[in-house]
Design a protein around this ligand. Structure first.
Ligand code: TYD
Length: 210
């Protein structure tokens, strides 16, 4: 079975990851790779519906219910899109994945991190990204970038996002081999250059292991 690569992009709202995803996809396609782009929440038809529930609902939401909805969407993404494309030898890029639930629901909503890790494992069937980019940004700048039009998650407030940021920094510290931290307060070109360098380094390391 030929194996592709699984790459995830993470960071607070307003960290600029979407711009960088699009640039990496362009670079990879120009380099001849077969690339599949997906996202969480909102990967497929059903995922879109879960995304709307999560972001548009304006009533009170239990943090556990919120977590299970993100996890349900994740299981759908992995089973319907990610796993089969990796097995087909493609590069799958997911805009957010397991680390978002650790950072937002674990650190942000203060749910138990070990339990979140366990639930993530169930949702993914144990599949782990080969490479994860975490885009780090101070909360003030990120909130300015998000602007006034906020969805339910983006309305959570400054203290919440300080905890989310701390969560991402801890994740990067815990797993330096998988997770690459990038300072998001830099030019788009400089950040893209780093993203590509880290990708090339990962490919070389994996080839050395073969
Ligand atoms: P995202 O698609 O990045 O938002 P946008 O399209 O507006 O840039 O993510 C949606 C929101 O969901 C974002 O605030 C992060 C949040 N989220 C969680 O809280 N937990 C999760 O597990 C995931 C995947 C996302």
């Amino acid at each position: 079975m030929k194996k592709g690569l699984f790459i995830t992009f993470e960071g607070q709202d307003g960290c600029g990851k979407t711009t960088q995803i699009n640039l990496l996809v362009k670079y990879l396609k120009n380099s001849g790779y077969d690339v599949v782009l997906t996202r969480e929440p909102g990967c497929s038809g059903l995922g879109e519906k879960i995304r709307n529930l999560l972001l548009d609902y304006d009533g009170e939401v239990s943090s556990v219910c919120e977590s299970f909805l993100f996890l349900a969407d994740r299981a759908q993404n992995v089973d319907i899109i990610v796993r089969k494309n990796i097995e087909a030898g493609k590069i799958v890029i997911s805009d957010r994945h397991t680390d978002s639930t650790v950072a937002y629901q674990g650190y942000g909503r203060k749910l138990n991190i070990d339990k979140i890790n366990m639930l993530n494992d169930i949702a993914t069937g144990g599949l782990k990204p080969d490479l994860t980019y975490v885009f780090d940004i101070d909360v003030e700048t990120s909130m300015k970038r998000v602007g006034k039009e906020k969805d339910r998650m983006e309305s959570a407030g400054k203290e919440f996002f300080e905890r989310v940021r701390k969560g991402y920094l801890q994740i990067a510290k815990n797993e330096p081999n998988r997770v690459k931290l990038i300072n998001s307060v830099d030019s788009i070109e400089n950040i893209h250059k780093q993203v590509v360098e880290m990708f090339v380094e990962k490919i070389n390391n994996l080839q050395n292991l073969e």
